[in-house]
Design a protein around this ligand. Structure first.
Ligand code: ADP
Ligand code: MG
Length: 677
């Protein structure tokens, strides 16, 4: 049985089992599915095709017995000449004195190592006396721990496959193997460990890539179905006429992308299922308007709504704009950590007895003391900034409230369908008309004076500027000091008429509030700030965003910061002050100056950073695949998603005997109970 412990394999004792457990290998199946993390391909190519400094393999005739020299205490150098294609190649090998006994003149030898095209020299890392053999062309490399070597692990895997290979059953229906021309599970598995050539390996990997994606997508879509079915009975019968009236009062008409997203959200509200939807839209695409309208719809159905945002500044701002927008259509209250004492008690009472229709707040919203009377709809803004747990608590506040997550961090499609595969997704992929594209410049630090002059000119025209200082950790005292220093520096530089403000996370809430208000009404013209203004802050008169030490920020964050300007009619500018050392940093700056499209940017960011880093490790929700690569295997992901959809929609796992093995496998692999929150 493939589920037996590894110690059942002949030759695997307790010590080996212990080492294997370090690699998370406990059963025979674990061992068999422990795939190499890379393959070294030794392919003998003509000398003329070898690339300088590449790792290459050559085969030739040893011309002279190697000569050995010692240096230092234990170091040695072995050198000899090999004739390849009639050319004399020098081979050097370090610290392998013992090889002198094995390598003799006239031997045919295969050498692998780093190629120096100028000196016609190879620095050998691997050698084999004898001609290159076919099966040695591809060498699987495993990640090994303990006393294990690559060779030892390979031997045990081979033994396991020989002894237990008959227990490897196909789980995919034949129709997929045929239409995608992928090998069966057993063959593919063998090839993963013992590839006979590159083509076979490619197909084996294609098979497991597809398998992994399909299983993952099935899991996500089953989860989604389960969630829906477990949350019936919360249909919100909103009043479409009132909602239309409300929209009619807006100073603009909705873009068609806004309308489409809104309709999807309204349909969710009306349906008996609980909404679990993600609303994506670039900064300034008008998500807040959509959020407001859908909150209103829920209110007309007699429910309460909540809007949870990541910072107090943002809560304050949303509270104000919603209050203005709703007029006397709804009673809105603000609840943040800095609202205390009697005022807090009053607000809590209003939430409890349904005097408040909408509560806007930070995560103060999810504390125990906050009890809603009848929460029907909760919106979480910038959802990736909240922990999964916080989101769950908010959801549990009401009896199955509909939940909408909003994000202005455009999530690449690949990530969206993996990380959020269990959610419905709406996208606002269109900007309101009349926006001017923000001009982005990349400047060196020594141009700072010129930048300040530019700011002064724009301010004289009535415009405003943000200057973001290089702060990464809001808790870092040193970084706060940087911001304060920069503030003093600018205060000194600008004439008195130009008022400079200071903003950072450590300021008391009331002070933050005051500064933001002054900036909003142009009492402050230049705001020196940390990244607390990153999300959602809306001051349309601000046209300049200067970001100091821009290389310290990721692309998404830079894009968010840039999104603070370009919100009005005037031409806006984003100036990145940066002298990145590395290539990745330079590439980031280049991308920023070349595109203002958030989705394009996020795709690039994903390529630069990799999926694990995209949301930050902790709560990425991005699964780790063994073989599949979300970025490169994007098409396979799409295919698997479509297939999974069909399987779920047509209930093939139950209705079609061909899917029985797949069903059995899934039932064994997935336990959903822990995910159903
Ligand atoms: P987001 O929340 O997606 O960053 P906002 O909802 O704050 O974007 O919208 C940015 C600005 O655009 C706001 O000033 C808002 O009033 C305005 N706006 C929103 N939708 C439209 C539209 N359809 N046409 C014109 N302006 C709009
Ligand atoms: Mg609903």
């Amino acid at each position: 049985m493939i589920s037996e412990l590894v110690t059942e394999i002949k030759g695997v004792g307790d010590k080996a089992a212990e080492d294997l457990s370090l690699m998370h290998i406990h059963t025979v199946a674990d061992l068999i599915y422990y795939f190499p993390y890379r393959y070294d391909v030794y392919e003998i190519r003509p000398l003329s095709e070898l690339i300088h400094e590449d790792k290459v393999t050559i085969e030739g005739r040893v011309v002279n017995d190697p000569s050995l020299t010692f240096f230092g205490r234990k170091k040695s150098r072995l050198s000899f000449t090999v004739e390849v294609e009639g050319v004399a190649i020098k081979a050097v090998m370090f610290n392998r004195a013992f090889a002198k006994k094995q390598i003799k003149a006239e031997n045919i030898i295969t050498l692998t190592g780093k190629w120096d095209a100028h000196r016609l020299q190879i620095t050998v890392s691997n050698y084999k006396v004898g001609p290159a053999e076919d099966q040695e062309k591809i060498n699987p490399i495993y990640s090994v721990k303990g006393d294990f070597t690559n060779i030892k692990l390979k031997k045990i895997i081979q033994k396991a496959i020989t002894d237990y290979g008959t227990g490897i059953d196909e789980i995919l229906p034949e129709r997929y193997l045929q239409s995608y021309k992928i090998p069966n599970r057993k063959d593919a598995l063998f090839t993963m460990h013992f590839p006979k050539d590159r083509v076979a390996l490619k197909h084996a990997r294609r098979r497991f890539t597809y398998e992994e994606f399909l299983l993952f997508q099935l899991k996500m879509q089953l989860l989604r179905k389960l969630k829906r079915e477990s949350t019936q009975g919360n249909a919100q019968h909103y009043d479409p006429i009132l909602v239309q009236e409300f929209i009619g009062g807006f100073p603009f008409s909705l873009t068609s992308a806004q309308e489409k997203s809104l309709n999807q959200i309204l349909a969710d509200l009306k349906s008996p299922y609980r909404m679990n939807r993600l609303l994506q839209g670039d900064v300034g695409s008008g998500k807040t308007a959509v959020a407001a309208i859908s909150l209103y719809a829920s209110i007309t159905a007699g429910k309460q709504g909540a809007l949870m945002v990541p910072t107090e500044i943002l809560a304050e701002q949303h509270y104000q704009s919603l209050t203005e927008l709703f007029g006397d259509r709804a009673k809105i209250v603000l609840l943040t950590g800095s609202i205390k004492g009697k005022r807090r008690k009053e607000i809590l009472a209003k939430v409890l007895n349904h005097e408040a229709d909408i509560v806007v707040g930070t995560h103060a919203l999810i504390q125990d003391e906050v009890i809603f009377n009848d929460l029907g709809f909760a919106i979480v803004d910038e959802q990736h900034r909240f922990g999964v747990e916080q989101r769950r608590i908010l959801r549990d506040k009401g009896l199955n409230p509909d939940v909408l997550f909003m994000t202005a961090t455009p999530i690449p499609r690949t990530l969206a369908i993996t990380a959020f595969g269990d959610m419905d997704v709406s996208v606002i992929d269109e900007m309101p008309v009349g926006r001017k594209e923000i001009e982005t410049l990349w400047a060196k630090e020594n141009t700072f004076e010129r930048i300040l002059t530019f700011i002064e000119q724009r301010v004289a025209e009535g415009e405003q500027a943000y200057v973001i200082s290089p702060l990464i950790e809001e808790s870092d005292k040193l970084d706060i000091q940087n911001t304060v220093d920069l503030f003093h520096q600018l205060q000194e530089y600008f004439p008195k008429e130009v008022k400079v403000g200071l903003m950072h996370g450590r300021l008391p809430a009331a002070e933050k509030d005051g500064v933001m208000k002054q900036f909003a009404v142009n009492d402050i013209q230049v705001l020196v700030s940390t990244t607390v203004v990153e999300v959602g802050v809306n001051v349309p008169n601000a046209t300049i965003m200067v970001i100091y030490d821009a290389e310290r920020f990721g692309l998404s964050q830079l894009h968010q910061l840039r999104g603070r300007v370009g919100r009005g009619e005037k031409q806006s500018y984003c100036i990145l002050i940066s002298e990145p050392k590395g290539e990745v940093g330079k590439e980031r700056m280049r991308i920023m100056t070349e595109t203002t499209n958030g989705f394009e940017l996020s795709e690039q960011d994903l390529k630069l950073r990799g999926p694990g880093d995209f949301f930050g490790k902790k709560q990425s929700g991005v699964p780790e695949f063994k073989v599949a690569d979300m970025i490169h295997d994007y098409r396979a992901l799409e295919t698997a998603r479509k297939d999974a959809q069909e399987i779920i929609e047509e209930n093939l796992l139950e209705n079609d005997a061909e899917y029985y093995p797949l069903r059995q496998y899934i039932e064994k692999q997935f336990s959903f109970t822990d995910k159903l929150d």
